[in-house]
Design a protein around this ligand. Structure first.
Ligand code: BF8
Ligand code: SF4
Length: 634
């Protein structure tokens, strides 16, 4: 495959030339080696859930059943539910780590603080806790106890986080459909049970459980994780920095934080700053920390740490020969990083008991000894720097300025500069007048099957040209950042007239001396909860339901099971959700048609929409937004 078809990112193209010249394999080479990929797997019609299998269904004839009698519909729906349970488990486990941190800090056992006391109080009172008579430690302990209740417990009680934050209309809808979740661990466990041999064979029943996993993901995963992280590390405010591989510095010790949970990466950032002088003693100009994937987003949003690249660029960052150490926690870490680092330079340090990689160093990370371990990791980077061969360093000269840090609080703060008494009013008025046609949240990954960043960038350019405001998270935000779309200049260059006027008015009122960017970076993948909060607030303000808003969601280049669980949550919230490539469900017409059809839309208000052409996808999303506007009479 020619390099131009692998990525639109110029830095990535340069590095791909380098890895090709050096005979170092990357994710794209391995995809080619896998091709043609298994047709049964692609269609979702293979099952290995018991030892009578593996079974596969012939889409064109016989056999049309597995050994046990399972049909293609059963197998596809079952496989999808297992994937969703995987994605949901990842987010819920992430949230658990963050709750545990709040609990331990409330007991004074760990060296983390409460950075956002106002958010802690706000969350506590939403949970029905009395806040006035208590100190922050006590309150944190009570909030952590309430948060823990979302994971396990007996009986059929529901998720406290959902009950406190989901719109009442949604709760009623989900209850009517029988998909109102109980505790998260129970639902994930039940999904695994439901999909074992000799269990549920009804594809529709399995799909309802899929929706339930999505709801668990949204509230006991995304929302819970974001809330805990905001309390401990602060709620993001706008920050300016740069992105792409050019943020690596030849004369600095370069440390990359990669993974998802900020408990470690925040400490690495803190200690890199504190130990900067030691780097000078080691002959470097200082320590430079850059991020990859969502932990990169977390430290970008709160600390202004520059993102080096997104998911598909993780090996390419190492191929610069300038990364002295890459420290990883959980999720989206390709095992190949150890191999690529071995070919160039740099140490890979794993830190979590459930994420070890052959060839990497393991430095266990615990909340109790977070400072010691972060120091150890930073000092290892200094040692690694001293072993770096400067002749083999090549850093592409590609970096672009970005603005990030748009939490809901930050967006409301900017809007309140236009109307202090009624901050949502200017946004709502602009939507009503048509200056802003609607909004799309672009989220999710890169996928080696799609030219890196191309779907994100081309689709979003088309959306903003048509006055659609875009909010972004995850690797989508990285992609858009690398393409210059997280910067006010892009508003001038690419936004339609109406959108440009609104963003300029708000940006100038907020004292930015120019427009807001046309794409607001709202954070990591768990921070999709911020998009949910914004939609909930907008719907409440307008007195309508979330499903009636002129909005849509899109994962243009989905890769991970987490992207599917997030997308399913969005559908359950009532939002049309675009995917740039289909999940492994096309082997069952029942499943594929249900996920994208009118039936699911009539039940929950949302559905999936698959389109692999970026301009056509933008057109589909715009048509949807227009139909919602029409229904609202605006
Ligand atoms: O949680 S967008 S490739 S990094 S899964 Fe992974 Fe996908 Fe990137 Fe973040 Ni989200
Ligand atoms: Fe085959 Fe049924 Fe076993 Fe799956 S559960 S492997 S379809 S026999």
């Amino acid at each position: 495959m020619p390099i131009e078809n692998k990525t639109i990112d110029r830095a990535a193209r340069e590095m791909l030339q380098r890895t090709a010249d050096d005979g170092v394999k990357t994710v794209w080479d391995r995809l080619e080696e896998q091709e043609p990929q298994c047709g049964f797997g692609t269609l979702g019609i293979c099952c290995r859930n018991c030892l009578q299998g593996p079974c596969r269904i012939n889409p064109f004839g016989q056999p049309d059943r597995g050994v046990c009698g399972a049909t293609a519909d059963t197998i596809v729906a079952r496989n999808l539910l297992r994937s969703l349970a995987g994605g949901t488990a990842a987010h819920v486990d992430h949230a658990y780590e963050a709750v545990e941190a709040l609990h331990k800090l409330s007991e004074g056992n760990v060296n983390y603080e409460i950075k956002d006391e106002a958010k802690l109080k706000e969350i506590a009172s939403k949970l029905g806790l009395e806040t006035e008579s208590k100190d922050m430690g006590e309150l944190a302990k009570e909030v952590a106890a309430k948060a823990f209740e979302n994971f396990g417990g007996h009986g059929s009680e529901g998720l406290g986080w959902l009950e406190a934050w989901a719109p009442k209309e949604r709760i009623d809808t989900w209850a009517e459909l029988g998909i109102l979740p109980r505790k998260a661990d129970r639902e994930i466990r039940e999904a695994m049970h439901q999909t074992t041999m000799g269990m549920d064979a009804d594809p529709v029943n399995l799909l309802l459980s899929c929706l339930k996993q999505g709801i668990v993901d949204g509230f006991a995963g995304l929302k819970l994780a974001t809330d805990m992280q905001d309390i401990i590390f602060g709620t993001p405010k706008p920050v300016q920095t740069e992105t792409n591989l050019g943020v690596l510095k030849e004369d600095h010790v370069n440390i990359i934080v990669h993974g998802h949970v900020p408990l470690l990466s925040e400490k690495v950032v803190e200690w890199a700053r504190k130990l900067n002088n030691e780097a000078k003693d080691a002959g470097a100009a200082g320590i430079n920390v850059a991020g990859i994937c969502c932990t990169g987003n977390e430290v970008l949003m709160r600390q202004g740490i520059p993102p080096a690249t997104n998911f598909l660029g993780q090996e390419l960052a190492l191929a610069t020969g300038a990364v002295d150490l890459m420290v990883v926690d959980v999720q989206c870490i390709m095992p190949s990083v150890a191999t690529v680092a071995g070919c160039y330079h740099g140490e890979i340090v794993t830190t979590m008991p459930i994420t070890k990689i052959p060839g990497a160093e393991h430095v266990p990370f615990t909340l109790e000894e977070a400072d010691e371990q972060a120091q150890k990791i930073v000092r290892r980077a200094l040692e690694s720097y001293q072993k770096r061969n400067m002749d083999k360093v090549y850093i592409p000269d590609e970096k672009v300025p970005i603005v990030a840090g748009f939490s809901v609080e930050a967006i409301v703060a900017a809007l309140s500069k236009v109307d202090a008494a009624d901050p949502l009013k200017p946004l709502v008025e602009s939507i009503k007048s048509g200056d802003i046609l609607g909004a799309v949240g672009t989220v999710g990954c890169n996928n080696a099957k799609i030219t890196q960043d191309s779907m994100h960038v081309e689709m979003v350019k088309e959306l903003i040209a048509n006055n659609v405001l875009v909010v972004a998270t995850g690797c989508s935000a990285h992609a858009l950042g690398k393409a210059g779309l997280l910067h006010p200049d892009a508003t001038v260059k690419f936004a339609g007239e109406g959108l440009k006027n609104v963003l300029t008015a708000v940006g100038e009122a907020a004292g930015l001396g120019g427009p807001l960017p046309p794409v607001l970076h709202m954070g990591s993948c768990v921070d999709n909860s911020r998009i949910g909060d914004l939609l909930t607030a907008l719907a409440a303000y307008l007195g309508v339901n979330v499903k009636d808003l002129p909005v849509a969601a899109s994962a243009p280049e989905p890769q991970h099971e987490k992207a599917l669980s997030i997308g399913t949550w969005a559908v359950a919230m009532g939002v049309l959700t675009h995917l740039g490539l289909p999940p492994h469900v096309l082997g069952s017409a029942v499943v594929a048609e249900t996920l994208t059809g009118e039936k699911i839309e009539s039940l929950v208000g949302g559905k999936f929409y698959v389109e692999s052409d970026p301009i056509a996808a933008a057109g589909g999303l715009i048509a949807h937004i227009k139909s919602k506007r029409k229904a609202l009479g605006i």
